[in-house]
Design a protein. Structure first.
Length: 249
């Protein structure tokens, strides 16, 4: 990825929202110490002022990423996320054909954030975690990627009701439908097939919508971003919709 400008989806005196590219860290990480490029730094340099992330996306996840332009606004936004007042929607390509819709209610052990250092408490106490999903489209390819003569994949719209670390990736692994391109929780054979034969080498997970209340004006803001690049090309290749009907809408 080159140092091109980050796509800005919304900006005012208090907030700025970008469409984060895949494979870009939000902030400096203990795990990826060799990295020198971060969304915080790039956006700060791009707009000429400091920014504070209101939430996080994994390095491989693309899409809507919200920043505050002051610590006070960051705190107000953070409380909305903590209280479950932000509507978050994601698109993901997964292995197999999950149910048409459902809820994954599965507690997850706490995982240390990238920016936390080893000396801090890394309690493994399980925390409640809930994800709603809806199958938008599916396909069966006449290719024996695994032990079956054909291979099934599906496009899901996901709504994480809670916000645990790696929640979507861990929940989809839990129901045996891991996200394609997930090197940690996914299936290597399927990841390699997408990379080598479908020209798709990224984690197929994107935050496509955030809906939240502006912390100053109290206006409800809805910020959308369709998947781009390899993700968009794959959707087109499979004949899948870029903008599925949202869960509960």
């Amino acid at each position: 990825m080159t140092d091109q400008a980050l796509p800005i989806l919304y900006r005012d005196a208090d907030l700025v929202v970008i469409d984060k590219p895949p494979n870009l860290l939000v902030h400096r990480s203990e795990i990826d110490r060799h990295e020198t490029r971060f969304a915080i730094q790039l956006l700060r340099d791009q707009i000429g002022q400091r920014v504070w992330p209101a939430h996080r996306l994994d390095r491989g996840t693309s899409g809507v990423l919200l920043f505050a332009l002051s610590p006070t606004i960051a705190g107000l936004l953070g409380r909305q996320f903590e209280n479950g007042q932000v509507d978050k929607r994601y698109l993901a390509v997964v292995r197999g054909h999950p149910a048409a819709s459902g809820c994954i209610d599965h507690a997850l052990s706490r995982q240390r954030d990238d920016y936390e250092f080893q000396g801090l408490d890394s309690s493994q106490t399980a925390q409640p975690a809930l994800t709603r999903f809806q199958r938008v489209a599916s396909i069966e390819l006449p290719v024996a990627v695994d032990r079956y003569p054909s291979s099934r994949y599906a496009l899901l719209e996901l709504e994480p009701v809670t916000g645990r670390r790696h929640q979507l990736r861990r929940h989809l692994k839990h129901i045996a439908h891991p996200i394609i391109g997930d090197a940690t929780y996914g299936k290597g054979r399927h990841n390699r097939y997408f990379a080598e034969h479908l020209d798709c080498r990224r984690l197929l997970l994107a935050c496509t919508r955030l809906r939240f209340q502006h912390p100053v004006s109290a206006e409800m803001l809805t910020i959308n971003a369709p998947p781009g690049g390899e993700f968009a090309a794959l959707l087109q290749r499979f004949g899948w919709p870029m903008w599925p009907q949202s869960i509960g809408d």
